[in-house]
Design a protein around this ligand. Structure first.
Ligand code: UDP
Length: 377
């Protein structure tokens, strides 16, 4: 006689933002009786992923280590498909769960579809409405939506977008965004153990009395002209002696290639290596305002009440803008400078954006998603 095994849930992810949003869900699922939860990482971004796995206390069951220098999207997609297909054939999951809009999420869903394995999609329903911004993420996310049978929408706007695409409303669950779970958990850990983010002590001392602006940029569609304009804008902002720029530089070499010749070396600009999550969360807390083209940072900054200028032409996260904490400024040099100076010089404008508002969730998204997955078994 064979005994039925517990339902096997395989979470698949590969980059830093996916890992930040998935680690709370890994722990919530592991706490669910009657489920066997396994983690497969593709390591689409090796170094950045490993930082989060370690801070998030996640030990992958399967590590595909798929990162290769200068890999094209074709090569990455093809490798992901064959490797994930092989993993699914070996592990035989009863459900696959993917997050967001990366190649790993898209191919993770596709390989599951080829085997008729149901797919849960975390952070479903974000839409910019423009398939070229963000590129290729807008289409990746839409492909996952076509395949998934459980859609975890972070906001009402995202849930409505899915339903407008004729996705069965019974399969759409408004859960909030697990980035807020990760943010709360990490802030609580730093409060209990300041050493976790003590690597910023020296910078905090060096820039004491200055107004700190945190900058991140990495989007593919900003490579070329957009990055150069961002670099020139940051250089002009840094001409002010009352300002300090802290800029954790994404490891994609294209970012440094754009920044270094324009920004050069300045006393009040710290171009630093990517920070692990606790250090980055501390940096957001120290910052007066944030300039970014990142998706995740657009969610975290509003939750911390930090004004954020989004250096993109469109966003699939309108909630921060509607809430008033975020403003879309594109990659026009003059506009970035003007909006930044306005926030620095007009206390009322800064205060109006600095309302702590949290359109992305209450910090209890992960247990909600775990419950829905368990109930669907
Ligand atoms: N982040 C980090 N260290 C850094 C910069 C960002 O831990 O030096 C975190 C940030 O808090 C957010 C996530 O990385 O949760 C965003 O990742 P990224 O900007 O690479 O991707 P996106 O969100 O745009 O997909």
């Amino acid at each position: 006689m064979t005994t039925a095994r517990p339902a096997r849930i395989l979470l698949v992810f590969g980059t830093r933002p996916e890992a930040i949003k998935m680690f709370p869900i890994v722990h919530a699922l592991k706490a669910m009786p009657g489920l066997e939860t396994l983690v497969c990482v593709t390591a689409q971004h090796r170094g950045l992923l490993d930082q989060v796995l370690s801070i998030g206390n996640v030990v992958p069951d399967i590590d595909l280590d798929i990162m290769a220098p200068d890999q094209s999207l074709d090569q990455l997609t093809a490798r992901l498909l064959t490797e994930l297909g092989r993993v699914y054939d070996e592990v035989r999951p009863d459900r696959v769960v993917v997050q967001g809009d990366t190649a790993t999420a898209m191919v993770g869903a596709l390989a599951a579809y080829y085997r008729k394995i149901p797919v849960g999609h975390v952070e479903a329903g974000l839409r910019s409405g423009d398939i070229h911004h963000p590129w290729p993420e807008e289409v990746n996310r839409r492909i996952v939506a076509t395949i998934a049978d459980l859609h975890f929408a972070p906001t009402d706007t995202a849930a409505a977008a899915l339903i407008a695409e004729r996705i069965d409303p019974k399969t759409v669950h408004m859960t909030g965004n697990s980035v807020i779970d990760a943010l709360h958990a990490t802030r609580a850990r730093i409060a209990a153990e300041p050493a976790l983010a003590a690597g910023l002590d020296a910078l905090a001392e060096r820039f004491a009395g200055k107004r700190i602006i945190a900058v991140t940029t990495h989007r593919r569609e900003n490579f070329g002209g957009g990055m150069d304009a961002i670099a020139r804008a940051v250089a002009r902002i840094a001409d002010r002696p009352d300002v300090a720029i802290v800029f954790p530089v994404h490891p994609n070499p294209a970012v440094r290639r754009a920044m270094d010749p324009i920004l050069g070396t300045r006393d009040n600009v710290a171009m630093i290596d990517p920070l692990d999550y606790p250090h980055f969360v501390r940096l957001l807390g120290m910052a007066d305002l944030v300039l970014t083209d990142s998706g995740g940072v657009q969610e975290e900054a509003p939750a911390l009440g930090k004004p954020v200028l989004v250096m993109r032409e469109t966003t699939e996260r309108p909630e921060g803008i509607i809430a008033g904490t975020a403003r879309l400024v594109g990659t026009d040099e003059d506009r970035i400078v003007a909006e930044t100076l306005r926030l620095l010089d007009d206390p009322a404008a800064h205060a109006a954006m600095a309302q702590a508002h949290n359109p992305f969730g209450d910090g209890h998204t992960a247990p909600r998603i775990a419950r829905i997955i368990a109930d669907a078994v």
